[in-house]
Ligand binder design. Structure first.
Ligand SMILES: [Ca+2]
Length: 426
């Protein structure tokens, strides 16, 4: 009788005041609605969402949750377990059974890890809830991270061959059959286009997609290796049907294309002193997007610099000089790139008019570390500084690009080295 009275007294003390919160019934997490998410679709897990079987209050979190320990893979591919403290859990404002945790930048997570099935990392993706009463409850976690583009390689021939694009995804992926074309690209002037290809197929593991744009369908106005691409929203999904979101970011397109010489071969000039005081030939550094000076200038342009240019140089070196053993990710030293342009102008009867040569390095400050459309222009003047007459001129164009003395590009390999340019003098 005495002990019964004491225990009743104790219980009544426990049920009042500050002890009350410790007596709450534990609310277990759900069995199948706890998720790893990648909210900005960059391929890194950045949010963990837990759904409980009852409504959660801040008092409950403070009083009943000691911590949640999650095992994930860090940016150096190591298994890491991090502890989520109650103070960093957030209750969803519209549904109080949901509690989430946002990973901070101090917890660098592995890139391109959007699934729970990457066996190379061993065991990860587990979570254990430690309750205030000392109990440890394993939480069954699921993947809610859509695939992202991990790698791209684009070989563009600009109408001279069939373009190919290879996209490697962060996990086995499947296209949404309702989408039609699934790739869109953003050009350097920020316009977004759908990329129309002729066919595509998956590799056996469904991690690589191969796209082919047959030559007969290709045109000059298509994607180029300096554009960026993404998969259209909801057009790619993993084996759990997690689809890529609207917020899918564009990623830089890597790849190469044969170096191309652009020519402006017809122009009108108006004789004036301003032009007369200039040299017969000039080198101009223009933005990539520029459509050459205008139809009052004549000459050849070539795109020099930028990330895709380095890729072109590297790929050409690998192709032409296997003994150099240049790796596919090897850094290209811009100061070792030398560009030489030569131009000789003759009348249609073969009489010599003018010629000049200009050379510069890939590290030239006029490229402004971003690359330029370099235009070697002829100012309609002979070597002696006299304006030429209206007529057709034969021009021998030679552009050579070398790396550390190894030739990677020469116009004379091409058929169209000798060109005819029309000049109208006003
Ligand atoms: Ca996934």
């Amino acid at each position: 009788m005495f002990w019964k009275n004491v225990s009743i007294a104790l219980i009544s003390i426990l049920y009042t005041g500050t002890f009350a919160s410790f007596i709450q019934t534990p609310i277990p997490p759900s069995f199948n609605k706890n998720f790893f998410q990648d909210t900005n679709a960059d391929g890194k897990m950045d949010r963990i969402v837990f759904q409980f079987l009852g409504g959660i209050t801040q008092e409950y979190i403070d009083g009943m949750i000691d911590s949640i320990v999650v095992v994930w893979i860090d940016s150096s591919s190591q298994r890491t377990s991090f502890t989520i403290l109650p103070s960093s859990l957030k209750i969803d404002s519209s549904y109080n059974r949901l509690v989430s945790y946002d990973l901070s930048e101090n917890e660098p997570t592995q890139s391109y890890l959007t699934s729970l099935n990457e066996f190379i990392y061993g065991d990860y993706g587990t979570a254990v809830l430690y309750q205030g009463n000392g109990e440890a409850i394993p939480i069954s976690m699921k993947d809610q991270m859509a695939p992202v583009i991990q790698e791209t390689f684009f070989k563009s021939y600009r109408g001279q061959g069939s373009d190919t694009l290879i996209i490697t995804f962060s996990e086995p992926s499947f296209e949404n059959q309702n989408c039609g074309f699934i790739v869109e690209y953003k050009s350097i002037d920020e316009n977004v286009f759908e990329w129309q290809y002729s066919s595509f197929y998956w590799n056996v593991l469904h991690r690589k997609a191969f796209f082919i744009l047959d030559q007969e369908f290709s045109s000059k106005e298509t994607m180029t290796p300096r554009d960026s691409i993404r998969i259209k929203a909801n057009c790619i999904m993993d084996s759990s049907k997690n689809q890529n979101p609207e917020s899918t970011p564009f990623v830089a397109l890597k790849g190469s294309y044969p170096l191309e010489i652009y020519t402006v071969n017809k122009a009108t000039f108006i004789e004036n002193n301003q032009l007369k005081n200039r040299p017969a030939f000039e080198l101009e550094f223009l933005p990539f997007a520029s459509n050459y000076p205008n139809d009052t200038a004549i000459g050849v342009g070539v795109d020099i610099g930028g990330q895709e240019f380095e890729t072109v140089i590297r790929e050409e070196l690998r192709l032409r000089y296997p003994s150099l053993e240049i790796g596919k990710d090897e850094k290209i030293d811009l100061s070792k790139i030398k560009i030489v342009t030569k131009m000789s102008v003759f009348t249609s009867l073969g009489t010599y008019v003018a010629s000049d040569e200009a050379s510069f390095k890939g590290s030239d400050s006029r490229l402004e570390n971003q690359g330029k459309r370099v235009f070697f222009r002829w100012n309609f003047l002979s070597d002696e500084g006299r304006f030429v007459q209206t007529g057709v001129y034969l021009v021998d164009v030679d552009v050579r690009i070398s790396y550390n003395g190894h030739a990677v590009y020469q116009t004379k390999d091409k058929e169209n080295r000798m060109q005819s340019w029309g000049v109208l003098r006003r």
